[in-house]
Design a protein. Structure first.
Length: 142
């Protein structure tokens, strides 16, 4: 009986491990200014802004993407804006091959993600290999 129980646990372990490393969910930026919801669309992962510390400008109008280099996009609302695009799972809680958009400066960077428990290590870089860039921590929101 003991061997049977151990066998069942060993069969379920990959599923439990995969779930623990799943990127899908809501993540708060380390500076606390936004929450991004990461979701799966087909076989890629994207992330959109679902909460902002300051959702409106001084005049009370919604915060917009006013730093975007594309002038026609400067009036789109930040709430609901896709920041993460086209990331692919590499297994073991790692995701890469996509981009991250920074509405604070209007720049788009190569992106990779690594789930470490309730922390998401987000790497934005100028090069596909991630050598020139920076990593920030986002924290899972329950």
């Amino acid at each position: 009986m003991k061997k049977f129980i151990i066998g069942i646990v060993m069969m379920l372990f990959p599923f439990v491990s995969a779930f623990a490393q799943d990127v899908v969910g809501k993540w708060k930026l380390e500076n606390g200014t936004a929450i991004v919801e990461v979701y799966k669309s087909g076989n890629v992962y994207n992330g959109k802004i679902v909460w902002l510390k300051n959702p409106t400008k001084a005049d009370g109008s919604p915060a917009v993407d006013d730093k975007n280099p594309n002038k026609s996009l400067r009036t789109r609302k930040l709430m609901g804006l896709n920041m993460l695009s086209n990331l692919k799972s590499q297994g073991k809680g790692e995701y890469s091959g996509g981009t991250i958009y920074d509405p604070n400066n209007g720049e788009t960077y190569y992106c990779s993600l690594e789930v470490k428990g309730n922390t998401l290590k987000v790497r934005g870089s100028l090069d596909k290999n991630g050598w020139i860039g920076r990593t920030m921590n986002w924290y899972r929101v329950k």
